[in-house]
Design a protein around this ligand. Structure first.
Ligand code: HEM
Length: 205
């Protein structure tokens, strides 16, 4: 099997399992923002009670995400105009790449802001207070809100559109009829995850 083919498959698979599934779980957890500081912090912190939590995160999320991002950046450099694509497919092809770069920058800022920053300053654990004070800061709040809005919607778009191309990559949607079904599913996925993420953010807006 040629190594480029294998790399494409690893890139494709890691985007859905486990990174995409983690994104869905992570967005679901954010709905607890509406339950107030204590419930939200308990929901987030309870995951870390397990001695295996950090290892689970590293093995299930960070390593696959690193692979996906690393191979994704390589694919971005190899991007070309696709003569066989329609205007709309071309637009999605480039938006997938632009959102990939945006998601990469957002994840770096987000992990720094919610994990390493609080850990260094000794305030790790008070996630709700940290997020809501960042959002309501009179000077930088508007920037934080804009970054979160673009970052979260960019990640949801990237995953939903990526699910569509994943089904092509793996031969799940080969006939025109199945491709329409998968496209409808990915649009619904985008709408449902966006609504859920916006509703979660509205709790601290
Ligand atoms: C929340 C994090 C992410 C998720 C859930 C995710 C998910 C996905 C999925 C499901 C695909 C479709 C795979 C396929 O077409 O077979 C994909 C494609 C892609 N991803 Fe990601 N991804 C994420 C982050 C990133 C990052 C950080 C980058 C790099 C900058 C990136 C770059 C790409 C590129 C370039 C493609 C297009 C590949 C192609 O057209 O063949 N992704 N992503």
């Amino acid at each position: 099997m040629d190594s480029h083919f294998l790399m494409r498959r690893i890139h494709s698979l890691t985007g859905v399992v486990p990174v995409g599934l983690f994104l869905v779980y992570h967005l679901y957890l954010q709905l607890y923002l509406h339950s107030g500081a204590e419930t939200y912090n308990t929901a987030v912190n309870s995951f870390y009670d397990s001695p295996l939590a950090i290892w689970t995160l590293v093995i299930v999320v960070y390593i696959p995400l690193f692979f996906h991002a690393f191979l994704g950046v390589r694919l971005i450099f190899e991007s070309t105009v696709q003569p066989s694509y329609t205007y709309f497919s071309h637009l999605l092809y480039w938006l997938q790449r632009i959102s990939g770069i945006g998601v990469l920058l957002f994840i770096l800022a987000h992990v720094w802001n919610t994990q390493f920053g609080p850990w260094i300053s000794g305030t790790w654990g008070t996630h709700f207070e940290h997020l809501s004070s960042g959002f309501s800061d009179p000077e930088s709040g508007i920037i934080t809100k804009t970054v979160y809005l673009l970052g979260v919607l960019g990640a949801v778009f990237h995953f939903a559109n990526g699910f569509n191309t994943f089904c092509m990559t793996w031969g799940i949607a080969l006939t025109p009829k199945s491709q329409i079904r998968v496209r409808i599913f990915s649009i619904l996925l985008f709408l449902i995850l966006s609504a859920s993420a916006l509703y979660a953010l509205s709790a601290i807006w």
